[in-house]
Design a protein around this ligand. Sequence first.
Ligand SMILES: Cc1cc2nc3c(=O)[nH]c(=O)nc-3n(C[C@H](O)[C@H](O)[C@H](O)COP(=O)(O)OP(=O)(O)OC[C@H]3O[C@@H](n4cnc5c(N)ncnc54)[C@H](O)[C@@H]3O)c2cc1C
Length: 362
Amino acid sequence: MQTLDVAIVGGGPAGSSCAAFCALACLRTLVLEREKFPREKVCGDCLNPSCWPVLERLGVAQRVRDLPHSKLAAVEFLGIDGRKVIVDLPSGDDCELSVKRSLFDALLLKHARELGAHVREETTVTALAHDENWKIETASGESFFARTLIGADGRNSTVARLCNLLPRPARERVALQAHIPLPRNFGRRIVLQLLPEGYSGQAPVNETELNLCLVGAPPTISRLRQWAERHFEVPADQPWRTITPLTRLPVPCAHENLLFIGDAARVVEPFTGEGIYYALRSGELGANAIVKIIHGDDRKSALNEFTHAYAEMYRGRLWINRLARTAVLSPGVASLLVRLSPLSPMVMRLLTAKIAVPANDK
Ligand SMILES: Cc1cc2nc3c(=O)[nH]c(=O)nc-3n(C[C@H](O)[C@H](O)[C@H](O)COP(=O)(O)OP(=O)(O)OC[C@H]3O[C@@H](n4cnc5c(N)ncnc54)[C@H](O)[C@@H]3O)c2cc1C
């Protein structure tokens, strides 16, 4: 059987971005994806403006803009007591945009395939062995061989688990997500609403649907769901998608012939809406490193460069994650922030600008 240059486990934004960049560099690239696309995913569906430069370099930005979407004009922070702070988002072509993950992820995976990556859907990786090359085994009993391996399989990464690298998750919270009918006059805004039991994120994803996310602790998540059923007149039999954990320690991103990218490497607080950017960009950085390794450049310096660029991607942004996490774990504190007028609009604007302004990552 042919030995591939790179096998990528997971065809979400991280895996597809990495596969597309590897294929662009003419590497023999394979993506193994558990699901059949298109598939939905627990996500707020919001594309941070930082994503655009990576999507441009991938050559897929216009096709993303052509998908059914909503252009988002503002973020509204709503405290427990109903007080709100509204912060405008950047406008124009590189604005914050929401698009269903079923559409976005399927487009990215298709793009990687068009650039020459081999993609196997409905293929779950279950075992790994490593000598000179990687042997990757799947649930259906197939085996693949590759010189390098990428773990792009999300927050509960099988690759990290099989390599004994997956940190024990803090199962302190759980997220629920559904697409529901768009309430009349909702407008082009993201609502981040703090509630006694956790928080809710809401954003229109097209002319008719609202993405509704709920984040809370397992014992109280059913109360959040009941709140949503009342507030949005959601029927009790509404199907909800669910995911956990929302927080865990990072997995070291670079190993000898193995890299981790996207959520598999590091999970960020959903409140900040930045996970897709980190997935796309780390996919690009991972591809740069793999191309160097396959072309025979010095492996150690390629891995050091990747680790450095990877850390750089988060520099100056992780404190916002920590702040967001502190705020959402104690909604009373966050509500106080919203209430501290006139200081809070300034603070909120600062935070939003930090999150929603394109990163300088070339
Ligand atoms: C409630 C919530 C709201 C969020 N809202 C936003 C938002 O609005 N904006 C934003 O930017 N980010 C948001 N995020 C974060 C964002 O969803 C993630 O950061 C992003 O999906 C990470 O992409 P990824 O490609 O690393 O992983 P994933 O998107 O999780 O993709 C991993 C892929 O790997 C596949 N896979 C898993 N195991 C295997 C296996 N064993 N074999 C083969 N394939 C496998 C899965 O099927 C999946 O397709 C949110 C997260 C949550 C929880």
